[in-house]
Ligand binder design. Structure first.
Ligand code: NAP
Length: 249
């Protein structure tokens, strides 16, 4: 039920962090992998090489939604098929709402939401033209549910991810396409480097996590494989928290 042999997964932003953790888990479950991003994912390719799957990289700047239309075509030409899309790439800009700039608003919204939507659209068009189902997994956040502090465009984008996940599930479920999201809690990656380095915020965050530790990228693997596999065929539009209990507090 969780076996992904014979499937191909496209993972954005997989040279590091959560995207790398997700790509490794999908490869371990048997999927061939296309790593999509602007930085050559050498470390991820090396780590995936221990699994008996194919792995290719596709260069793309996901800050520009117009540049994403060829990604699915390139993945299919390199790996023969496309079944799973993980929209993981994301950025965060920190600043008080009172001073926040249009540039920091647009940069975050473009990568985290606009590209996520248009890459999903290109992927769904491919699946529908092939008359087959597939899986889309969006990476949301605790700020899909909460307001956050000093990250207004990030909150807007990740709240939008939760909404778009439901909207796309409503439109595409009948065609065998599952659209769901994972909401990571606080994970040790570049995205949270500023929080980890701030002793006060670090302690506040740790005190609130029932599991008592920051998440590691490998902690997301189980949820990603579940939502990518036949085990979740009747699950649509959800945002699944993987947060060590953060939202339960
Ligand atoms: P990360 O280590 O900073 O990784 C972000 C990834 O997105 C990198 O691969 C990055 O590539 C890629 N990316 C950013 N802008 C891009 C662009 N314009 N074009 C192509 N790729 C781009 O952070 P992370 O924590 O793993 O974040 C992954 C996802 O999880 C994001 O959507 C983030 O919002 C979400 N998330 C993280 C946490 C957490 O606690 N860490 C919590 C909730 C949600 P480069 O290396 O080339 O910049």
């Amino acid at each position: 039920m969780f076996d992904l042999s014979g499937k191909t997964a496209l993972v954005t932003g997989a040279n590091t962090g959560l995207g790398q953790g997700i790509a490794l888990a999908l490869a371990q479950a048997g999927a061939d992998i296309a790593l999509i991003g602007r930085t050559e994912p050498e470390e991820t390719i090396e780590k995936i090489s221990k699994f008996a799957v194919k792995c290719v990289s596709i260069k793309a700047d996901l800050g520009n939604a117009e540049a994403v239309t060829d990604i699915v075509v390139e993945a299919v030409s390199k790996l023969g098929r496309a079944d799973i899309l993980v929209n993981n790439a994301g950025i965060i800009k920190r600043g008080a709402a009172i001073d926040f700039t249009p540039e920091d608003w647009d940069a975050v919204m473009n990568v985290n939401l606009r590209t996520l939507f248009f890459l999903s659209q290109a992927f769904a068009r491919h699946l529908i033209s092939e008359e087959k189902g597939g899986k889309i997994i969006n990476i949301a956040s605790m700020l899909t549910f909460q307001g956050g502090i000093r990250v207004p465009s990030y909150t807007a984008s990740k709240s939008g991810v939760g909404g778009v996940t439901k909207a796309l599930a409503n439109e595409w479920a009948s065609q065998g396409i599952n659209v769901n999201a994972i909401a990571p809690g606080y994970f040790e990656t570049n995205n949270t480097a500023a929080l980890q380095a701030d002793p006060k915020r670090n302690a506040e965050i740790l005190n609130r996590i029932p599991s008592g530790r920051w998440g590691h990228p490998s902690d997301l693997g189980g949820a990603a494989v579940f939502l990518a596999s036949a085990a979740s065929d009747y699950i649509q539009g959800i945002t699944l928290p993987v947060d060590g209990g953060w939202l339960s507090r």
